[in-house]
Each structure stands twice: as structure tokens, then as C-alpha cells.
Design a protein around this ligand. Structure first.
Ligand code: DX5
Ligand code: ZN
Length: 218
């Protein structure tokens, strides 16, 4: 699945941005609070408006402090997947359960420096693992290939039946990096600048999908 990140779109024209990538799978919505990351984007009112403006499933990536308090609200607004950071959470299992009770998929995200081994058990309570392939906070950064062993480890857990998860990568995904991520076992690819920086965002989505598919079946 390809999930274009509206962080790289025109924030004054988000409905048009969603229209431009109508052929994608999820619309990735980066929520930042100026505390967990040094950037500030949008919150529930904008998610609510986006939900009304597009049929694309919303993939909310919460880069915020205290997700235990705030994450279920995004599920209540109709997000399809709500991902929060393990580094910020106090009780990730309870929060995942609250997200699921509110009708969304629950996702856990790890920053590049955060190992996943300590979380392999609690990941049974989640639907998505989002492995950050840049430091969270900004679009347009360079892909960190050194993070891919975490994707491989998670893919092995899925293959052997220990976990059932979407494996999502986020940060620096573009034509020259998506194949490495797909080969490592990712199956959801967030792309911000590679999509909304392109002349034709819709075609950029198709090109990325074709490349990822090629690498997954290789
Ligand atoms: C970064 C965000 C990403 C960002 C990716 O903190 O989580 O979703 O939009 O942007 P690109 O694809 O430009 O690296
Ligand atoms: Zn993101």
C-alpha cells in the first residue's frame, strides 16, 4: 500500500491534495505537537474536516506527547489507522485497545534509535508497526537504510505467525529507496516529498507502487 503524506502538500488546499492521490491506499496524516517533535502541524479539527473531504482511509501518525490521552479521539473521528509512538506512551496496550474499541486499527511507531525487540509481545495488540526511516518531525529527509533490520525482524515474526501486522515505513521513501524497504519486508510505504513534490502526484503514487510490487515479488 502507498500512503502519501500530506505533510508535503499545500496545507491551504488539503482536499485538493487528497483528490490528487485518490488512487492511493491510505492518506498519511502527520500530527505533531511541538513537544514530542520540534514541529507543529494539525490536530482533531483538521482531521475531522479531512475525513469529510475524502474517501481515502486516514492513516493518522501521532508524533505527540501523551498519546494515551489523545489517540483514541482520532479513531472516534473516523481515522482508519491510528499510530502513536512507543517512546511517548505510558500504557501502549491500553491505548491500542481504546483505539480498536473506537473502531480503528491501532499502530505502534518506533523512532530510528528505538529497538523493537522489547515490544514484540505487546505488538500482538496492534495492527500496524510503523518503523521510522528518518527522525520524526520533518519531510524531505534522507532515508536511513540502517533501520531496515528492524523491518526484517518484524517481517520474520509475521512470517512465522507470531504477529499479524502491517509493516509500514515512513521517511525518505522514494524511487531510489522503496525497493530496499520492500525487500526488507515492508508492505505500507509512506511518501511525502516523493509524491507531493512530483509534477503529477497521482502518477508518482503509481510509480512507487509498481516499484514496491516488483521488489516484493522478486
Ligand atoms: C516525518 C513524517 C513523515 C514525512 C515523510 O516525521 O512522519 O510522514 O511526511 O516525508 P518524506 O517522505 O518527504 O520523507
Ligand atoms: Zn509520518
Amino acid at each position: 500500500m502507498i500512503a502519501p503524506s500530506i505533510l508535503s502538500a499545500d496545507f491551504a488546499n488539503l482536499a485538493a491534495a487528497a483528490d490528487a492521490v485518490a488512487g492511493s491506499d491510505w492518506l498519511h496524516v502527520d500530527v505533531m505537537d511541538n513537544h514530542f517533535v520540534p514541529n507543529l502541524t494539525l490536530g482533531p479539527p483538521v482531521v475531522k474536516s479531512l475525513k469529510a473531504a475524502t474517501d481515502l482511509p486516514l492513516d493518522c501518525h501521532l508524533m505527540i506527547d501523551d498519546p494515551d490521552r489523545w489517540a483514541p479521539g482520532y479513531a472516534e473521528l473516523g481515522a482508519a489507522n491510528v499510530t502513536f509512538h512507543v517512546e511517548a506512551a505510558t500504557d501502549p496496550v491500553q491505548t491500542a485497545r481504546a483505539i480498536r474499541r473506537a473502531g480503528a486499527l491501532a499502530g505502534l511507531s518506533v523512532k530510528p534509535g528505538t529497538p523493537i525487540e522489547p515490544y514484540l509481545e505487546i505488538l500482538r495488540e496492534f495492527d500496524t508497526l510503523l518503523v521510522m526511516t528518518v527522525e520524526p518531525g520533518f519531510g524531505g529527509q534522507e532515508f536511513m537504510a540502517e533501520v531496515l533490520p528492524k523491518v526484517r525482524t518484524a517481517r520474520e515474526q509475521v512470517r512465522s505467525g507470531h504477529l499479524r501486522l502491517f509493516l509500514e515505513v515512513d521517511g525518505g521513501i522514494a524511487q531510489d529507496t522503496i525497493e530496499a524497504a520492500a525487500e526488507a519486508g515492508a508492505d505500507v510505504f509512506v511518501a511525502g516529498s516523493a509524491v507531493f513534490g512530483a509534477d503529477d502526484p497521482g502518477r508518482a503514487v503509481e510509480a512507487l507502487r509498481a516499484q514496491a510490487r516488483g521488489a516484493m515479488t522478486a
